[in-house]
Design a binder for this molecule. Structure first.
Ligand SMILES: C[S@@+](CC[C@H](N)C(=O)[O-])C[C@H]1O[C@@H](n2cnc3c(N)ncnc32)[C@H](O)[C@@H]1O
Length: 269
């Protein structure tokens, strides 16, 4: 691939998703975009670049962008945030919502569903406490492929072994040949939508809890700032934002502050 082609593909990905393809990740363009070229009947990346330069169809640009997303995730990833959600954030929030009995949760980079389903499992374990409540979990992602897998709720042995205690696996999944299917009651707690974090958030409504984990690490500073500022506008003033272990609001936005003693949890200022 020529430096011009690398620049072209990186620019498309950045403009359409915010994801920055750093020069040391340029090799990823090669391995991930060759299948895109082939899918569209093109022999190699030079042909893909030429098609793109001559004004490629939307489907190709979408596929290029999607191919450059990193969908790495697993159940109860990093465990701490899920413990803090269940033990520290949820109890006082439920008290404050006792009259309305509604709770809205947004997983803003849901990938293949393990994060929203981990939250559903926690909430299902509290079912008696939540009887009569309207709890919504909305999982969004830019990757249609990831979302299709999330909606199917079917995971490999390897995927369920990452983060799921065996008793949780047996309680909420059934084995289907070599794979595991998440139970209907967990699956229907989450609704999935294709959504780009660069787009307008207004149509999503207001949330009490936002999980926006392990996605902003791939964005440049100004995009992180404007995304977090817009996330804040969608949140209840007493809501909580969860970021990934390598992410922070410090030096990025003054719309959120770290909740004391709750690592990775932030509240609107
Ligand atoms: C590494 S995964 C994180 C999944 C999960 N939040 C976790 O922490 O395990 C990052 C996800 O962000 C999604 N993503 C990247 N850019 C996006 C954008 N502009 N809008 C929405 N989702 C995006 C990717 O498709 C990918 O599924």
């Amino acid at each position: 691939m020529t430096p011009e082609d690398i620049e072209l593909f990186s620019k498309i990905v950045k403009e359409r998703s915010g994801l920055v393809v750093t020069p040391n990740k340029a090799y990823l363009l090669e391995s991930r975009l060759l299948p895109v070229a082939r899918r569209h009947g093109l022999n190699d990346l030079e042909a893909l670049a030429a098609t793109t330069r001559s004004g490629s169809p939307e489907a190709i640009l979408e596929d290029i962008t999607e191919a450059m997303t990193t969908n790495e995730t697993f159940f109860f990833r990093d465990i701490g945030p899920f413990d803090r959600f269940r033990d520290s954030v949820l109890p006082p929030l439920l008290q404050r919502r006792a009259a309305s009995k509604t709770l809205r949760i947004w997983c803003a980079a849901a990938s293949t569903g393990q994060e929203p389903y981990s939250l559903s499992i926690i909430l299902m374990e509290m079912a008696s406490q939540l009887a009569g409540w309207k709890v919504e979990i909305i999982g969004t992602d830019i990757s249609n492929e990831a979302l299709n897998k999330a909606k199917a709720g079917l995971y490999s042995q390897f995927e369920v072994q990452r983060g799921l205690p065996i008793q949780t696996l047996l309680k909420y999944f059934t084995q289907e040949d070599a794979n595991w299917l998440i139970s209907e009651n967990i699956r229907k707690m989450v609704s999935y939508r294709h959504f780009n974090l660069l787009d307008d958030f207004n149509k999503l409504g207001r949330f009490d809890i936002v999980f926006c984990r392990n996605v902003l690490i791939y964005f440049e500073q100004s995009d992180k700032t404007q995304i977090l500022d817009r996330v804040c506008k969608q949140m209840s003033p007493d809501g909580s934002l969860f970021l990934g272990g390598a992410e922070t609001v410090i030096g990025v936005t003054d719309k959120f502050k770290q909740v004391p003693d709750l690592r990775g949890v932030y509240s609107p200022t």
